[in-house]
Design a protein around this ligand. Structure first.
Ligand code: ATR
Length: 282
């Protein structure tokens, strides 16, 4: 770090457990570039001031995480089309004082899913479990990447219907349907890809699963966005049933890799980033 160092960072609340600083600083070191990444704990009432500080301090950009991904949009100069479709920003780029908002979560998820499993999305019938912010991000990106068809299910069915409508408006040609949770067995029998976006199974409730083990089958690729723990009950059950599995850590790494590429203009050293995160979780 010296007087030429280019600063990036994370805006969230809390940020104390984030692995992003470690992952990005390892990536900068790997490429030998004079960038650093710091975590900033921003109180909910301070988002505008924090965004102004990006300009005032000349930060190159920041990631934005819970609970600021939506609020922050009010204070940016420009929001790219995908972030607008998702309705949230997780990456800000400072382009000479002009702040542009992007969302790399959905694309990061798709890159992780396709690169780590080799799955051909155009041939998949997906069941999306959940209809919150994470579901919207991956839904937009999966359809943008040419997903074959999509069924959405959620505890609160109105939210699934609302999400389906929004996704249909963005992708008018896409094959999108909604199924109530009670019909999950039928929906799963017809699916080849299950994308789990709810918080069920997350630490500390590691024995909870949103899907009955009997409904899982070996033609499925089961993808769980949760990465703490990595082997959720759902993924353990899926493995037992002979299904292929994909856990959520890759999404975290690739959303970071895409942010890194916006800030530096260079290809992210994904293997080094993955290694940094693995080391921290071991
Ligand atoms: P995120 O940004 O992580 O998606 P969110 O927007 O709060 O968070 O969405 C949480 C999702 O998990 C929702 O789909 C929620 O279902 P509801 O819309 O019915 O609230 C789902 N979820 C969370 N806890 C759940 C539980 N115990 N049972 C079923 N669904 C649950």
């Amino acid at each position: 770090m010296n007087s030429q160092t280019i600063l990036t960072g994370l805006f969230g609340h809390p940020v104390g457990h984030s692995l992003s600083p470690l992952m990005h600083n390892r990536a900068f070191a790997e490429l030998g570039i004079n960038f650093r990444y710091a975590a900033f704990d921003i109180e909910p009432g301070q988002v505008r001031e924090a965004v102004d500080a990006i300009r005032a301090l000349g930060l190159r950009g920041v990631n934005v995480t819970i609970p600021h991904k939506v609020t922050v949009m009010d204070y940016l100069d420009e929001i790219d089309a995908e972030a607008r479709a998702i309705g949230a920003v997780n990456t800000i780029v400072n382009d000479g004082g002009k702040l542009i908002g992007y969302n790399t979560d959905g694309r990061g998820y798709v890159r992780s899913l396709t690169e780590e499993t080799g799955v051909d999305l155009s041939r998949q019938s997906a069941l999306l479990l959940g209809a919150g912010g994470a579901a919207r991000g991956v839904g937009v990106a999966l359809l943008g990447a040419g997903l074959g068809s999509l069924v959405i299910t959620n505890r609160t069915i109105e939210k699934a219907e609302q999400l389906a409508e929004q996704l249909q408006a963005i992708h008018p040609q896409a094959n999108i349907a909604v199924q109530p949770m009670e019909m999950m067995g039928d929906a799963l029998a017809a699916a080849t890809l299950l994308v789990q976006t709810t918080s069920i199974g997350m630490h500390p409730n590691v024995e909870a699963s949103p899907v009955a083990v009997e409904a899982l089958h070996e033609r499925l690729l089961v993808s769980d966005l949760i990465y703490n723990p990595m082997n959720t009950k759902l993924l353990r059950d899926a493995k037992e049933k002979g299904a292929r599995i994909h856990h959520g850590l890759g999404m975290f790494i690739y959303q970071g890799a895409l942010s890194f590429e916006y800030w530096t203009g260079q290809s992210a050293p994904v293997d080094a980033m993955r290694e940094a995160v693995w080391d921290a979780l071991r």
